[in-house]
Design a binder for this molecule. Structure first.
Ligand SMILES: O=c1ccn([C@H]2C[C@H](O)[C@@H](COP(=O)(O)O)O2)c(=O)[nH]1
Ligand SMILES: [Zn+2]
Length: 157
């Protein structure tokens, strides 16, 4: 039997990372993968524009006038994963490449997801992060950080 197979955490975070690679955002690419209690993938998403909004007709910058930035337009990866879900999400787990913002946190809680496994926490000193953590704790949604590193395509044969 092979001994160097990947763990469930590496597998599902790997799927989230693969999903993030579909993002057109030049700044931050985020991917999310939701699994049910039976370790089946039930939702997947990345940060991108809503249906019908063409990637080359909207701004991708992050500075200047609000309407000239991506912020009012991009659907967050977690929201897309929840909206793409194929089943009820009660008791499910979300793997996400970036700690969810406060807005995604509300959706996660309301959808019934009870665990978040994330990798990057690059906005941990923001007020949004503080609000997200406060809501997650109040709602008893568990969260933990894992580091799985870079996806290696040369390992796929
Ligand atoms: O919970 C989150 C938070 C952010 N995102 C997306 C939204 C944007 O496309 C990028 C953030 O861009 P920055 O240039 O790092 O400000 O990440 C998300 O999908 N989920
Ligand atoms: Zn968000």
């Amino acid at each position: 039997m092979r001994k160097d197979y990947i763990t469930w955490d590496q597998y599902f975070m790997g799927v989230a990372k693969l999903s993030a690679m579909r993002s057109k955002d030049p700044g931050t690419q985020v991917g999310a993968c939701i699994i049910n209690a039976g370790k089946r993938i039930v939702g997947i998403g990345y940060n991108g524009l809503p249906q019908g909004c063409k990637d080359d007709e909207f701004p991708w910058g992050n500075e200047g006038d609000f309407l000239q930035t991506k912020y009012p337009f991009v659907v967050h990866a977690e929201a897309n994963a929840i909206l793409n879900a194929t089943t009820n999400l009660k008791g499910s787990t979300m793997y996400v490449t970036l700690f969810p913002c406060n807005e995604c946190t509300k959706l996660i809680i309301q959808s019934g997801i009870t665990e978040i496994i994330y990798e990057s926490n690059k906005y941990q000193s923001s007020k949004e992060h503080e609000a997200a953590v406060k809501m997650l704790k109040a709602s008893h949604v568990n969260f933990r950080q894992i580091q799985v590193g870079e996806l290696r395509y040369d390992k796929i044969t």
